[in-house]
Design a protein around this ligand. Structure first.
Ligand code: GSH
Length: 207
């Protein structure tokens, strides 16, 4: 049985989206960040850096129990375990999925979160930081838009790499900046948004 520890944030939605697309059975374990549940000693054994998402699989490789944090690693793990092409078996296809999965996990979300912090959540008005991260986010959206002009999904076929970027395109791109200037990205977003797994993954939940 897989336990998925998550909350209603971009990285949290990625893991839930990956779990829903995998078709694997899992139990959702809410970690209420507002109540600082991520600092509970038992949770820190699974996620040492007090971050969601995290996962425990009693039936990991070789039947061993494994614990895992980092959304990118979780997406790769679920995709490999599901064996349904979300993380492809073909080494050549994997090269591109890895490239965009790392971009999504380490560059895109990390910088989009800075946009969210400086432009939406920080009570102090700091115009240079706002301007900087607004430009950074728009540049990343433009990069994706150009790439998706020649590719249906970021790594060719739909994969965990797309899942790693969907939440921040949705939250910041669609809901805040707007995608009118990025038609290829809007086409990509809208195709993913209607997937049944995405609808399920974004259903509200509470602890
Ligand atoms: N690189 C990590 C980042 C995870 C992350 O930033 N999680 C945030 C929510 S989106 C969190 O748990 N914050 C709580 C904290 O830092 O205490 C990943 O991709 O999983």
């Amino acid at each position: 049985m897989i336990d998925l520890y998550t909350w209603t944030t971009d990285n949290g939605f990625k893991a839930r989206h990956g779990a829903e697309e995998s078709g694997l059975e899992y139990t959702l374990k809410p970690v209420n960040l507002r109540k600082k549940a991520q600092f509970e000693p038992e949770y820190l054994k699974i996620s040492p850096g007090h971050k969601i998402p995290a996962l425990v699989d009693d039936d990991g490789p070789g039947g061993q129990r494994i614990t895992l944090c980092e959304s990118g690693a979780i997406l790769k793990y679920l995709g490999e375990k599901a064996g349904n092409g979300l993380y492809p078996a073909d080494p050549v296809a994997r090269v591109k999925v890895d490239q965009w999965l790392f971009f999504g996990s380490s560059t895109f979300t990390t910088l989009a979160q800075q946009y969210g912090f400086w432009n939406k959540r920080n009570p102090e008005d700091v115009p240079p930081a706002k301007k900087h991260y607004d430009e950074v986010l728009r540049d990343m959206l433009a990069t994706l838009n150009r790439h998706l002009g020649d590719n249906e999904y970021v790594a060719g076929n739909y994969s965990v790499a797309d899942i790693s970027m969907y939440p921040d395109v949705h939250l910041h791109g669609v809901n805040e900046i707007g995608l009118a200037e990025y038609p290829n990205l809007k086409r990509w977003h809208d195709a993913i948004e209607v997937r049944p797994a995405v609808q399920r993954a974004w259903e509200p939940f509470s602890d």
